[in-house]
Each structure stands twice: as structure tokens, then as C-alpha cells.
Design a protein around this ligand. Structure first.
Ligand SMILES: [Zn+2]
Length: 276
């Protein structure tokens, strides 16, 4: 059921992106989107196996029934809040730790920002992330159905806060008090490190507000999406890059500075990617 909801949500948001686009596309064609979606296909094949395995390994050792003993609604809410809090710190640490960054940079190398960006996470990063969350869920005694509810909500929110949908500013300002919105997450994908290292939240924006990483900078047409030390890579390079001996930052050719970008509509587009 969870997978049906996730696929339906991704299809719905992708459809809305077509009819209510906020920003002109920065990368033309469908290769990029197929590349991004390939990661979520691989992840949805691998993650259930990892989830079941880790749960069975942890349950006898650290398992409790604490959250399972609470009424259902408070139990689910507590599970979602605690795991989102843990996800915030895992994400924030992924920007600091060179080993974790090897995998997390694959998400950030995307040079456009839409729903498929949210689906693009290296499988090893996704496995490590899920292991951390499962260990916490088992230790707190959250039933597996609560964890599934959280995982489904987290995917829905990841697709939502990456989407390229024109949300009225008045609506967005209300939404961002409760959940992470696209306008709030896009600074995290700006190649300016001052913005990249902010807004680490997944579902709730509260942790960034509490721990000093909240950033309300608004995207401009001059913003470049991606990382300042490399262009995006091919699918097989993206999969293999984290395992190469040298960090990508040491070997990549930095993208051309923003001065070569021309403005088309609301977004900056590389000249060779403009449509006639
Ligand atoms: Zn990040």
C-alpha cells in the first residue's frame, strides 16, 4: 500500500509541475529525470530488504514496547516527530562528514530542482539513513506499521519540498510554519555554500529554527542549482563516484561561473540548453 501511495504521489506532483510550473527548467530533455528516478527504483528494491534485516537484528537486543504501549495517534505522532528530528541531524552531519558527503553529494549534484530531485538519493546513503532510523524506532518500541507510516510521509514530503510548483506566496508562508516547503528547501540546493549548508529539515522546519540553520533566502533567477565544484554526472558515475579513492571535489572541473548564464523567464539557463 505504501508503494502505491508513493508512486501515485510522485505522479500527481509531476503532473502538477507541468501545468503550474514555478521556474523554467534549467536542464532540458528527459535524461536527467530518468537518471533521478533510477535511484528511487533501485532504492525501493533494496530498502525493504535492509529494513527487515536490520529490524530482526535489533529487535532482540534493544527492542522495547514503549511507543507501542501508547494510544495509536500519540504513538504515530511521536514516532514521526522523533524520526524527523533524527533525520535532521543525519542530514546535517552528512554535510560535515567527508565519508557521508561522498554519498550525499550525489543528491546535490542535480542541476535542476523538481520532484525527481527528491527521488534522487544514493542507495548507500538511503540504507545508512534507514538503519539509523530503524535502530531508533526499535529502541523506542515503535511498531513496524508506525515506521512504515513515517517512511511514507517522509517520501511524500521529500517529493513535495523539491517540487517546482507555483505555490501562492500567502499559502506558502502559512505552510512553512508547519512543514518544509519548496521555497524553503531550494536554498539548500543553491551552489553557494552559505545557502547549501542551511535548511536540513525533511518534514518539519522546527529543527532548523531551533538549531540555527533556518534560512529564508528567496531564490532569484541568478541562482545556480547544484554544487560549485562539479557539473552533474552520468548515472553510472553517480553510482560509482562515492567509492572512488579521491573526493569528487579534488578531481572535478568546476562549472562555468554564473556570468555565462542567460536569464529565460524566471530562471537562469545555460545558453546551449535554451530552446529555440
Ligand atoms: Zn543536503
Amino acid at each position: 500500500m505504501s508503494i502505491v501511495i508513493q508512486v501515485a504521489w510522485l505522479a500527481l506532483i509531476a503532473s502538477i509541475e507541468i501545468i503550474a510550473t514555478q521556474w523554467d527548467r534549467l536542464v532540458r530533455g528527459h535524461v536527467r529525470k530518468v537518471r533521478n528516478l533510477a535511484f528511487t527504483v533501485i532504492n525501493h528494491l533494496v530498502i525493504p530488504i535492509a529494513t527487515v534485516t536490520v529490524t530482526h537484528l535489533c529487535q532482540p537486543r534493544i527492542g522495547t514496547h514503549w511507543i507501542a504501549g501508547l494510544p495509536v495517534l500519540p504513538g504515530i505522532v511521536l514516532t514521526v516527530v522523533v524520526l524527523d528530528f533524527a533525520g535532521y541531524w543525519f542530514h546535517r552531519f552528512s554535510h560535515r562528514n567527508l565519508f557521508l558527503w561522498r554519498f550525499h553529494q550525489i543528491h546535490h549534484l542535480d542541476e535542476d530542482f523538481d520532484a525527481t530531485t527528491g527521488a534522487r538519493v544514493h542507495t548507500v546513503e538511503e540504507v545508512m539513513h534507514q538503519i539509523v532510523l530503524i535502530v531508533i524506532a526499535v529502541a523506542l518500541g515503535a511498531p513496524s506499521s508506525y515506521f512504515t507510516a513515517f517512511a511514507t510521509l517522509a517520501f511524500i514530503m521529500a517529493i513535495f519540498h523539491h517540487c517546482n510548483v507555483a505555490i501562492p506566496w500567502k499559502v506558502e508562508r502559512v505552510l512553512r510554519t508547519v512543514v518544509f516547503t519548496p521555497a524553503l528547501h531550494v536554498p539548500h540546493h543553491n551552489d553557494d555554500i552559505v545557502n547549501t549548508d542551511t535548511n536540513f529539515g525533511f518534514i518539519f522546519p522546527w529543527w532548523d529554527r531551533m538549531f540555527g540553520s533556518y534560512n529564508t533566502a528567496r531564490r532569484t533567477p541568478q541562482w545556480r542549482i547544484g554544487l560549485d565544484y562539479s557539473h552533474d554526472l552520468s548515472l553510472h558515475r553517480l553510482i560509482l563516484q562515492p567509492f572512488l579513492p579521491r573526493q569528487l571535489k579534488e578531481t572535478a572541473t568546476p562549472p562555468t561561473p554564473n556570468t555565462t548564464y542567460e536569464t529565460v523567464g524566471q530562471a537562469a539557463v545555460r545558453p546551449e540548453e535554451k530552446t529555440a
